[in-house]
Design a protein around this ligand. Structure first.
Ligand SMILES: Cc1cc2nc3c(=O)[nH]c(=O)nc-3n(C[C@H](O)[C@H](O)[C@H](O)COP(=O)(O)OP(=O)(O)OC[C@H]3O[C@@H](n4cnc5c(N)ncnc54)[C@H](O)[C@@H]3O)c2cc1C
Ligand code: SF4
Length: 327
């Protein structure tokens, strides 16, 4: 690990001040819990000269029930998201995913904003400076080739945040603040399929809050992940699912995926399952559909084909559980 260089740490108390401080800094960076970012600084991956600390901004710290919608501040810590009765009631998968991030101590200071804006990960990138230098770096930072797909010019580093796929199930929107004011975009539009540049928000934009409309009818949902160390690890594959049955047939089905591509995404082509009974044959077909869409690359020490199979297996497990809880 590298020593921390000289840094200026700012403590703004409003969103607008945070954005101004960022704009004024020559190489500034937003800092929330720091559970991911500071690791990258110590590895020499990030080299900011100023950090704009976000956790004194009151507006970003609360979970609010606004009737039809719930607003979750970007600075809400994952432990509070996991323990929130409101979130558990309306968006069970979101609470569950928050409770599956890293280990208990990370969830005490890791925030929702940091989780959604997490950098992508790759076994050739999340390494010490000397390790990366010894391998001539890679396309994502300072290098000429991608060690995962050496012939191409694309980075496949995987987005590995747990909470995003669960929020995608519910069409969450994010509120962003920048020098030109505030805007709201669908969470799905916060991401692009490029491991080198996977966030569409500009560098000076701040994620202030997430807004999620409550489903009109109760909706069973859940999240499962596979990881190397069960007590504290990023997902090799993570699957969020929501399902509703009507008269014993699937009436609503969504599946969100993480850890298997540069962006979290909702699986497509699931309409064919609507109207079918969730019997074993149907759910195994769903498993295969998810497996075929989880196009993991060699970005972890665990082989891609295992992560693809595991994504399918997690989907099957979730579908069985949600179908049983619906009936
Ligand atoms: C050992 C270990 C295991 C981990 N396991 C997991 C895991 O299983 N699942 C998982 O999802 N994560 C995991 N993490 C990563 C991290 O702990 C969490 O993702 C956490 O939620 C990050 O939040 P943070 O507030 O600490 O973010 P920070 O580290 O402060 O920030 C992360 C990035 O987001 C940006 N950012 C933060 N807040 C905002 C905002 N409001 N607006 C705009 N940009 C913002 C920062 O500038 C930075 O680029 C792990 C980390 C470690 C060290
Ligand atoms: S996928 Fe390739 S370019 Fe991207 S971080 Fe890994 S080795 Fe680097």
């Amino acid at each position: 690990m590298e020593l921390l260089s000289n840094l200026t740490l700012y403590h703004p108390s409003s969103v607008e001040d945070a954005v101004s401080l960022y704009s004024a800094a020559s190489n500034g960076h937003y800092l929330a819990g720091g559970s991911d970012f500071l690791v990258n600084v110590r590895r020499g991956i990030e080299q900011p000269d100023s950090l704009i600390y976000l956790n004194n901004i009151a507006e970003m710290q609360a979970i609010k029930d606004a009737g039809d919608t719930i607003t979750i501040g970007g600075g809400v810590i994952l432990r509070d998201l996991d323990n929130s009765a409101l979130i558990q009631k309306h968006f069970a998968a979101v609470a569950r995913a928050a409770g599956e991030v890293a280990g208990p101590s990370h969830r005490e200071y890791g925030t929702l904003g940091g989780n959604l804006c997490l950098d992508t990960r790759c076994v050739f990138y999340n390494q010490s400076e000397w390790w990366r230098a010894a391998n001539n770096y890679c396309l994502k930072s300072r290098g000429e080739i991608c060690h995962v797909a050496p012939g191409g010019k694309k980075c496949f580093a995987a987005f590995s945040g747990d909470v995003a796929p669960a929020l995608l199930l519910f069409d969450a929107e994010v509120e962003l603040a920048g020098p030109n004011g505030r805007r709201r975009v669908a969470l799905a539009d916060l991401y692009r399929n490029d491991g080198m540049d996977h966030l569409t928000l500009s560098k000076d934009e701040l994620l202030v809050a997430v807004h999620v409309a409550k489903p009109s009818a109760p909706m069973a949902s859940d999240y499962e992940k596979s990881r190397v160390r069960g007590s504290i690890d990023f997902p090799l594959a993570g699957v969020a699912m929501r399902m509703a049955l009507h008269d014993g047939k699937i009436a609503d089905l969504r599946v969100g995926l993480t850890g298997v591509s540069p962006l979290p995404f909702l699986a497509g082509k699931l309409d064919k399952f609507i109207g079918r009974a969730p019997d074993q044959a149907c759910l195994e077909e769903l498993r295969d559909a998810i497996r075929s869409q989880a196009k993991a690359m060699k970005t972890t020490v665990t082989p891609p084909h295992y992560r693809r199979r595991v994504a399918g297996a997690l989907a099957l497990k979730l579908a069985q559980q949600l179908a049983a809880s619906n009936s």
